[in-house]
Design a protein around this ligand. Structure first.
Ligand SMILES: CC(C)(COP(=O)(O)OP(=O)(O)OC[C@H]1O[C@@H](n2cnc3c(N)ncnc32)[C@H](O)[C@@H]1OP(=O)(O)O)[C@@H](O)C(=O)NCCC(=O)NCCS
Length: 201
């Protein structure tokens, strides 16, 4: 699949295509990912703590999630498997609730615990923001994080997203209904350099 360098008008149905960053490959999920995903993060209560799903007890639950994503690709769904260059599956990132009228969408992501704090979340988020603005043509991307999960807010900030407020008891997490910080970025906003997100230049 190739893309033109400059996007001309919204292309909301583009869907999930391969993205390569300095250290990561973002690609479509396939059913064979379910076992790795279960072993690496969906069965881990700590990784799931601030997500809107509870930890999976059985790989069948993970298969159902992957199956939903794989079927969504037929309809232009946006959900990437985040992998290291050697193919190791370390997480997922996608867009929910795209609004055609407002050209907006909500980001959601999850990196497996063994890979936290190495800059991978920032690298994946920055790449998907670029893709959704420059290739798909969205105007606004939003995300929420439970206030008890500041690492998620930190990666939003590192990718140029701005905090717009606190939404009280917005999402149900493992800790109950959580107050959530609301962040957003517009296509016209400055996006920090992300070639190496661990650079603190
Ligand atoms: C949130 C998440 C995606 C971050 O991914 P990651 O790959 O660890 O992110 P990065 O390494 O790029 O950056 C993490 C940043 O958070 C900071 N951080 C980590 N723990 C923190 C804490 N308790 N308080 C404040 N900052 C924290 C790190 O120091 C780093 O910032 P820095 O580069 O300025 O030092 C990952 O922890 C995750 O998937 N968690 C479980 C699922 C989840 O919470 N998803 C998001 C739901 S909104």
């Amino acid at each position: 699949m190739s893309f033109s360098l400059f996007h001309s008008g919204p292309h909301l149905g583009l869907g999930t295509h391969r993205i390569e960053t300095e250290r990561l490959v973002l690609r479509r999920f396939r059913m064979t990912d379910a076992q790795d995903m279960f072993d690496t993060w969906t069965s881990d209560a700590e990784t799931a703590r601030f997500m809107r799903w509870t930890r999976h007890e059985d790989v069948a639950e993970t298969r159902a999630t992957v199956s939903y994503w794989v079927r969504s690709y037929r309809f232009g769904g946006y959900e990437w498997a985040v992998t290291l260059k050697d193919g190791t599956l370390i997480g997922s990132i996608g867009i929910m609730d795209i609004s055609e009228g407002e050209l907006s969408g909500e980001l959601g992501y999850c990196i497996a615990r063994p890979y936290w704090n190495r800059g991978y979340g920032t690298e994946a988020l920055g790449a998907v923001i670029d893709y959704m603005f420059d290739r798909v043509g969205l105007n606004r991307l939003e995300a929420y994080h439970a206030v008890g999960n500041p690492a998620s807010g930190r990666i939003m900030e590192k990718c140029g997203m701005k905090k717009e407020g606190i939404c009280r008891e917005k999402y149900r997490t493992a800790d109950g209904l959580a107050d959530c910080a609301h962040y957003a970025i517009l296509a016209k906003d400055v996006r920090p350099r992300r070639t190496n997100p661990r650079d603190k230049a």
